[in-house]
Design a binder for this molecule. Structure first.
Ligand code: MG
Length: 451
């Protein structure tokens, strides 16, 4: 027997066909697949049979207060479905229509395996893109398809993204209080829980309402009764003092973060960040509203404090210019807003070439499915920076199983194939979503402030 015969015999054996190949006259199709199986082809060498999408639908629930939207992609394979996070908490009802009507029609009958093709197809199917409603719907679909791919492969999502580059995910959590002393106490108690990274805020969300002053617009009965007031000067003075107090009381080792929440004038933000340099922040987040991106050049010329940005960007293309110009250090993507795992991983990989790290936005208005998707990506991205921690209440854990867990400041995921989180739809239905939200923040005279 010559080497050519041997090679042919080995090839036939590897394909599991042997002498039957000639009889079948085929190398593909159901008969050949049956023959391969019968002759002992190992499962890893068998091609996956095609699976079609039979339905795409949204599940709305609010077990922890925030509106959450989860996409469920059902398939032609009995029992096989995928879940993805499509949460746009402020306009949740509109996302339901985008999913139940438009995405369902777009997806039914398509192959579940072709994620990249389906992402691009859905992205341009409305002709106009960039809208948060459609992007959130698309994110839910994208994550659900990755969930299905993981289930089909028998692997957790992080394996499909390249495997682990760290044993678990370092996280930051939030310290808050109405005075520097209260924030110091909060930081110390969080340190005792094992956290090495802590975001410090004073006076509630974004320092809104940080003073007891009654603004003139309230006295004049201007705006809505629940509109918030922000005194920019009080905020700008308070934050450097807060950093000084926390550094003094809690030492040099703890990494401190702060979110400006975009709400101050660009030059004021730059001046305040300069004052924070001596306290070595890990990063300062959202210095400018998206309309003020041109101020980044000025910011970078004036201070070396690391900056995190991007949670309000609608489209991955918005990341390119700031990243190639090194305007920020941490990619603050809201993964459901940007369209899911597929585009988020592209931006993360782009960051690797510029030493820009990831810091996915992980607030309460992301479902456990979304948080788990974050964590799977965090495990697999070399240029990971930090992850925003999350804490689920009991109701949330009754609705969602397999949620990411926190220990000593690290987040971990289970080893279940796919994203690893499931939903109990009966429990979810107990917590209906609401259309009420008020994000209005005003200056003393009633002028609205842009987030
Ligand atoms: Mg932010």
């Amino acid at each position: 027997m010559n080497s050519k015969d041997l090679s042919r015999r080995d090839t036939m054996k590897m394909l599991g066909l042997g002498g039957s190949a000639g009889l079948l006259g085929l190398f593909s199709g159901p008969a050949a697949a049956q023959a391969r199986e019968a002759q002992g082809t190992p499962s890893y060498a068998r091609a996956m049979k095609p699976v079609k999408i039979t339905k795409v639908r949204a599940i709305a629930t609010a077990p922890q207060g925030s509106n959450l939207i989860v996409v469920k992609v059902e398939t032609s394979e009995p029992g096989l479905y995928g879940l993805g996070c499509a949460t746009f908490t402020q306009r949740a009802e509109v996302v339901l229509v985008a999913i139940n009507t438009y995405l369902n029609e777009f997806c039914v009958g398509k192959d579940v395996d072709n994620i990249e093709d389906m992402w691009h197809g859905a992205y341009v199917s409305s002709y106009w893109r960039n809208g948060p409603v459609l992007n959130n719907a698309l994110s839910g679909l994208d994550q659900a398809l990755w969930d299905i791919k993981g289930k089909r492969a028998g692997m957790p999502l992080y394996q499909l993204l390249g495997g682990k580059v760290r044993f678990a995910i370092p996280c930051y959590t939030h310290a808050n209080g109405n005075s520097p002393e209260a924030v110091v106490d909060s930081v110390k108690s969080i340190q005792e829980r094992g956290f090495k990274f802590i975001r410090i805020q004073q006076g509630g969300y974004g320092a809104v309402g940080s003073t007891a002053q009654q603004p003139d617009f309230k006295a004049a009965n201007f705006g809505g009764p629940t509109d918030n007031y922000m005194n920019e000067n009080v905020y700008l003075k308070a934050i450097p003092e807060l950093f000084a107090a926390v550094r003094k009381a809690c030492g040099e080792e703890v990494e401190l973060l702060h979110d400006i929440h975009e709400r101050v004038q660009p030059m004021n933000a730059i001046n305040m960040i300069k004052k924070l340099e001596e306290y070595r922040p890990f990063f300062i987040e959202d210095p400018f509203s998206p309309e003020n991106m041109k101020w980044f050049k000025q910011l970078r010329m004036n201070t070396s404090v690391p900056i995190a940005m991007g949670e309000l960007f609608n489209n991955i293309n918005e990341f390119v210019e700031p990243m190639v110009n090194l305007w920020f250090d941490f990619i603050r993507i809201h993964v459901s807003q940007i369209g899911g795992v597929t585009p988020a991983m592209k931006v993360a990989r782009l960051g690797e070439w510029f030493n820009i790290k990831t810091a996915w936005h992980g607030p309460g208005d992301v479902s456990p499915v979304g948080h788990s998707a974050h964590a799977h990506m965090d495990l697999a991205i070399w240029n990971f920076g930090i992850q925003e921690a999350v804490q689920f209440n009991d109701k949330m854990l009754e609705v969602f199983s397999g949620c990411p867990t926190m220990k000593n400041g690290y987040m971990s995921v289970n080893e279940v194939p796919g994203i690893g989180v499931d939903i109990n739809e009966k429990e979810a239905a107990k917590y209906p979503i609401s259309t009420k939200s008020n994000w209005q923040v005003r200056k003393f005279d009633g002028t609205l402030i842009r987030p």
